[in-house]
Design a binder for this molecule. Structure first.
Ligand SMILES: [Zn+2]
Ligand SMILES: [Zn+2]
Length: 280
């Protein structure tokens, strides 16, 4: 039985994240997720410009985990923090990184789960209802909720969590009335309960976390034994030049420093299509 089995773990969220996180950690790591919303996490940052995020993505997640543990008087805490950026490949697609941190005060241990994927994160400047109806379709409304603001994304007033056409029409008229040029800003609501694409990514981050919680060091049995580095430079099969292809994965223990190298046992070569000399 692992060190997390049958333990209660706090989760501070007011955005419904416990639905996916509790299910994954309950079934895959045998712990009981206890949700609390006794602290307003929007004070640590919002996606809608009111409040900048508290530090880095990991800083914000650690802070939420600490507050949740304190509120529920538990020595095991969880928290999630999301980030929305452009995709790491071409830099043009909306992208979402989800991080979940597990803090175990009893064992002085911190494990993180991560998932990264395309985001449903569109925005637009709208003057006519017909345009807004078209935007709503492409933004996957109503399964994904919308946010409406007068003028632009920096306007201090907003309507959030819009989930049906009547509400959308009402918000549009309201924002148009407050906008100096009659322009309305609209975007996907990125809060977890309002954005099923994001919620699914949070589920994947929880699965990643559970896998790490279940992976123990062969030397000292500490959970979180995982890949910490990837060595690249596999030689090209045609000319022998080092490519960017992977040679080996390095697995490390969080506690005792034990390491294992995976992938070095057989001599391998990279396909010449991956070689800068053979296929420039
Ligand atoms: Zn080559
Ligand atoms: Zn170890």
């Amino acid at each position: 039985m692992g060190i997390f089995s049958k333990r209660s773990v706090s989760l501070l969220t007011k955005h419904g994240k416990e639905k996916v996180i509790a299910e994954v950690l309950g079934t895959q790591a045998s712990c009981f997720v206890i949700q609390t919303d006794a602290y307003d996490t929007d004070l640590l940052g919002t996606f809608t410009q009111e409040t900048p995020r508290y530090g880095s993505q990991l800083d914000a997640a650690r802070k939420k985990a600490a507050i949740g543990m304190e509120l529920l008087k538990l020595d095991l805490g969880l928290a999630n923090e999301g980030a929305f950026i452009n995709d790491p490949y071409a830099g043009i697609m909306p992208w979402n990184n989800e991080l979940i941190v597990l803090v175990d005060q009893q064992h002085q241990l911190e494990i993180t789960g991560f998932s990264s994927g395309p985001a449903q994160n569109e925005n637009g400047y709208i003057s006519h209802w017909e345009e807004l109806a078209k935007f709503a379709d492409s933004a996957l409304f109503p399964s994904h909720y919308l946010v409406v603001k007068p003028t632009d994304e920096y306007h201090p007033q907003s309507r959030k969590g819009i989930q049906d056409l009547v509400e959308l029409k009402d918000a549009f008229e309201w924002a148009k009335g407050l906008s100096s040029k009659g322009i309305v800003y609209v975007e996907n609501d990125l809060r977890a309960f309002a954005n099923p694409t994001r919620m699914e990514n949070i589920r994947k981050a929880a699965i990643d976390l559970a896998n790490k919680m279940n992976s123990v060091c062969p030397e000292c049995s500490t959970p979180g034994f995982w890949i910490t580095d990837v060595k690249r430079g596999l030689p090209c099969n045609a000319c022998g030049l080092a490519t960017d292809e992977e040679i080996a994965k390095i697995w490390s223990c969080l506690k005792c420093g034990y390491q294992e190298t995976e992938g070095m046992k057989v001599l391998r070569f990279a396909d010449p299509s991956k070689c800068k000399r053979c296929n420039p």
